[in-house]
Design a binder for this molecule. Structure first.
Ligand SMILES: [Fe+2]
Ligand SMILES: [Fe+2]
Length: 178
C-alpha cells in the first residue's frame, strides 16, 4: 500500500513532467494542457479535503501551515481556471501556464521540504498508509476541472467534490477531452 506522502510526491513528479512538456513553448499541446488541468484539479481537491485537515490537526504549527497551504491552493485553482478557459495557442494560455508553473513549484517545494517530513515524524506508518488509502480512493471521484469557489471545510469540499465530479466528466465528454 502506498503511504500518503509517497502518493502525493509521485503526483508532484507527474505534474512536473507535464510542465516540462509545455514550459516555454509558444504552442503547447492541448492534450498535455488538459492533462495538467485534470491532474492539478484532482490533486488540489484531495489535498484540501484530506491532507490539510490532517496537517492542521497533527502538526504543532499545523494551523499556520494549513492556512498558508490552502491560500496557495486557492491561487493555484484560480490559475487552473485561467488555463482551462484560455484558447489554444493564445497569449493568455502562455501567461496562465507560466503563472501556474511558478505557483505550483513554490507550493510543492514547501510541501516536500516542510509538511511531508513533519507528517512522517508526527504520524505512524499505519496512519500514513490509512491516509494514503483515503487519498487514493478520493482521487477516483475527484473533480477533473478546477473549482476555486468550493467551500474549504472538509465536509463542504467532499459534497462539492461529489457533485462536481460527475458534471466535470459530462463536460469532458461533451468537449471530447480524454
Ligand atoms: Fe498542495
Ligand atoms: Fe501537493
Amino acid at each position: 500500500m502506498t503511504d500518503a506522502v509517497t502518493l502525493l510526491t509521485s503526483d508532484h513528479r507527474m505534474v512536473e513532467e507535464l510542465f516540462s512538456e509545455v514550459e516555454g513553448r509558444p504552442d503547447p499541446d492541448p492534450g498535455v494542457v488538459h492533462q495538467i488541468v485534470r491532474a492539478g484539479s484532482g490533486h488540489d481537491a484531495v489535498e484540501k479535503e484530506f491532507l490539510y485537515p490532517t496537517v492542521r490537526q497533527r502538526l504543532e504549527t499545523g494551523g499556520e501551515l494549513a492556512d498558508h497551504g490552502t491560500t496557495e491552493h486557492d491561487e493555484v485553482a484560480r490559475t487552473l481556471v485561467a488555463v482551462d478557459k484560455a484558447e489554444a495557442g493564445s497569449d493568455e494560455l502562455t501567461t496562465a501556464l507560466h503563472t501556474l508553473i511558478g505557483l505550483v513549484r513554490t507550493h510543492v517545494g514547501e510541501e516536500e521540504s516542510q509538511i511531508f517530513p513533519a507528517l512522517r515524524t508526527a504520524m505512524s506508518t499505519a496512519e500514513l498508509a490509512d491516509l494514503g488509502e483515503t487519498l487514493a480512493t478520493a482521487k477516483q471521484s475527484a473533480p477533473t476541472r478546477p473549482h476555486p469557489l468550493a467551500p474549504s471545510g472538509a465536509l463542504g469540499a467532499m459534497v462539492a467534490g461529489a457533485l462536481s465530479a460527475p458534471l466535470d466528466k459530462v463536460r469532458d465528454i461533451v468537449e471530447g477531452r480524454p
